[in-house]
Design a protein around this ligand. Structure first.
Ligand code: FPP
Length: 254
């Protein structure tokens, strides 16, 4: 009763999974995991400690999303722009998928989670690709939550590749210019086969998309929090979903 009242007022009490409507769970949640570095700095720790702690949040939120019945969880782990960081940090970030999967893969397999990767394999070190390929192949037949790592991902790069592919098909006479529609574009993006995100979450107080899923987020609900990714908990996740459930999605209609 109290919770409903809070919700009516647009306020969030301390949300729990049970306070959410099971009818309206977002099918696809995408997250820009930001603030690892600032979290570490605030504690006088090296930036890497922030990334390491962020990896634990990945586990926490994967479990929470799975329990709620989210079908797709896309996590922005490394952008095409992140190569500009100091080499030591890039090297560290490139080790995280392997570290994470070394510990978690068996549990992901037994929990029916399917691992995917969305990004360019170019320039990724072999140990990163191998760890991901192993996880992708071992979980390929799983039918539960799809855990999609956006790694070496950039939306403009992805769209340019898709446009080049469309142009080639037109040049080769396989496609008429008039037949280029949203479907033709979507199926050439790295997210092909995934529905567009219903909800985008970005942590750490930054209010921008940072070249993330620019095409796919056209009608997504956006939710921002000041909380840094390493301290993002299930409660924050439920809060985001509670907000999502209180919004009216009109897709440009009335
Ligand atoms: C942005 O925060 C975060 C990243 C570039 C890396 C995100 C990676 C993880 C959370 C771990 C990924 C785990 C797996 C399993 C792949 P930032 O470091 O730029 O933070 P800042 O803006 O505070 O400096």
């Amino acid at each position: 009763m109290i919770k409903r009242l809070w919700a009516k007022l647009g306020l969030s009490s301390s949300p729990t999974a049970e306070s959410l409507s099971s009818e309206n769970i977002p099918v696809h949640v995408a997250i820009i995991m930001d603030g690892n570095g600032r979290w570490a700095k605030k504690r006088g720790l090296p930036r890497m400690a922030g990334h390491h702690s962020g990896m634990k949040t990945v586990k926490r939120i994967t479990i929470a999303a799975d329990r709620l019945g989210v079908k797709y969880l896309t996590l922005y782990a490394f952008s095409t722009e992140n190569w500009k960081r100091p080499k030591a940090e890039v090297d560290f970030l490139m080790k995280l998928p392997q570290q994470f999967l070394d510990i978690e893969l068996d549990e992901l397999v037994s929990n029916n989670v399917q691992v995917r990767m969305m990004g360019s394999r170019d320039n990724l070190p072999p140990h990163t690709i191998n760890a991901l390929e192993e996880a992708i192949s071992k979980t390929a037949n799983n039918t539960g939550l799809v855990l999609n790592f956006a790694l070496n991902y950039g939306s403009r790069m992805e769209m340019l590749d898709a446009i080049r592919d469309l142009a080639k098909d037109v040049k080769d006479g396989k496609l008429a210019p008039g037949d280029i529609d949203e479907e033709a574009m979507s199926e050439r993006l790295l997210s092909s086969g995934l529905p567009d995100p219903d909800l985008l979450i970005r942590t750490s107080g930054e209010l921008r998309l940072s070249n993330f899923m620019l095409w796919q987020l056209a009608y997504s609900e956006l939710w921002f929090t000041d909380v840094y990714w390493p301290e993002f908990t299930e409660k924050h996740f439920y809060e985001a979903i509670g907000q999502y459930q209180r919004r009216a999605r009109r897709y440009g209609g009335l």
